[in-house]
Design a protein. Structure first.
Length: 404
């Protein structure tokens, strides 16, 4: 595959992650309308949301393993096709149960997205460009989060809420056509046979370096989920902002995330080209990010909402640096045929941690305030970095980037 074709495909991977975050956020934007139409209580709505989180968390691992068996081309095509059909199914919902079923199906499709995207970016680019490719491909998610609120509001106002869901499904099908067309004339190795069969959860979990990756993600992923699901509530409850004011501010941290996701990968690659080992480059960038994350605690005591948003944006910038290098570190640690499964396992660990942390976050906020949650968010990245750094011993087969 030529470098030009590889970067074209990485551009489509960027669009896929943007589409995944767009599709999952349509519901949250339309929630007030849907809850009124279906006469849903907050409890019923929370179950609809849980249906997505549950299937998404499980499919992160199962979908990652499937991507290693099918390959990125076929695997991601099936993933996007399934979640586009799930988006369309939302338009047929008649109540909480059918909406929850559509949401569950959406999670099944989207669970394989990030393992597939990471696998493709790792396989198709040279080691000295790997972090940039991974950061760029995964960075689409942040831009999907930026465009989701205004685009969904416009579509719902023009086409109705059912039309908004159909619109996102159509975008997914258009992406699918472009994806398949982009592979014309490209010969890819078939991911079948004994090589594919040897990729297993047990073999990965037997390695200490993989277990450290899983434990690290268990620590830091709840911070991102907290920012995804609770920041609008924080701005409303603690800062007294209106819905319009919240909408005009909440895109800023995600925009910062998207920029640093890509830029951090490029800086990490430059360090590798200057003679650093891939692991040293990734870990150094992640250490810098971990040092910045106490800004999350300062956000809770900021004197004004714009300053709080600025500090939260700083946390999200740090997360962009962190996640681009963390995902690339997975690609450096395991073989290419194992990348999807390994990324999936870490995502499942993060999702489990997020579900558990959300059960705690609500009562803490009700009984105290958001301040303790922001404080814990400030220390989780440093803990995760220590987990990754502790007990590391170079293994001759471990780092693909160091072998190449």
């Amino acid at each position: 595959m030529t470098p030009a074709r590889a970067w074209l495909l990485c551009g489509l991977l960027f669009c896929a992650t943007a589409l995944s975050f767009l599709d999952r956020q349509v519901l949250s934007v339309l929630a007030p309308k849907l809850m009124a139409d279906f006469r849903m209580s907050n409890t019923e709505y929370s179950r609809v949301v849980f249906a997505f989180v549950l299937s998404y968390t499980v499919m992160f691992s199962l979908g990652g393993r499937l991507m290693d068996r099918l390959g990125t081309k076929v695997g991601l095509a099936l993933s996007v096709g399934l979640w586009s059909l799930a988006s369309a199914a939302h338009s047929l919902a008649a109540g909480a149960w059918t909406l929850g079923a559509s949401r569950f199906l959406l999670g099944v499709g989207e669970g394989a997205c990030f393992p597939a995207v990471t696998k493709g970016a790792v396989e198709w680019t040279a080691p000295e460009q790997r972090a940039l490719a991974v950061g760029f491909a995964n960075g689409g998610s942040a831009f999907g989060a930026v465009i989701a609120p205004p685009l969904t509001a416009w579509a719902a106002g023009t086409l109705g809420w059912r039309g908004a869901f159909l619109g996102t499904a159509l975008i997914g099908l258009l992406w699918l056509a472009a994806w398949l067309f982009a592979f014309r004339g490209v010969e890819l190795p078939r991911p079948v046979g004994l090589a594919a069969e040897r990729v297993s959860f047990t073999s990965l979990l037997a390695r200490p370096e993989v277990r450290r990756l899983l434990l690290a993600r268990f620590f830091f992923d709840p911070v991102f989920y907290f920012y995804m699901f609770w920041i609008p509530q924080y701005l409303s409850r603690e800062r007294g902002l209106s819905l319009q004011e919240i909408g005009s501010l909440t895109w800023i941290p995600f925009f910062a995330l998207g920029i640093t996701n890509i830029a951090a990968g490029r800086v990490s690659d430059l360090l590798v080209t200057r003679g650093w080992t891939p692991r040293r480059a990734r870990m150094t960038m992640m250490l810098i990010a971990a040092i910045v994350t106490p800004a999350s605690w300062l956000a809770s005591s900021a004197p004004t909402a714009p300053i709080a948003i600025g500090l939260m944006s700083l946390l999200m910038m740090a997360h962009g640096v962190w996640i681009a290098n963390f995902i690339t570190l997975i690609g450096d640690t395991v073989a290419p045929r194992e990348v999807g499964t390994a990324v999936g396992l870490t995502g499942t660990c993060g999702g489990i941690a997020a579900m558990l942390s959300n059960l705690v976050t609500g009562p803490v906020i009700d009984h105290y305030s958001f301040a303790p949650v922001f404080l814990v968010s400030a220390i989780l990245y440093p803990i995760a970095w220590v987990v990754l750094a502790a007990g590391h011993r170079p293994r001759p087969h471990a780092a693909l980037g160091e072998i190449a």
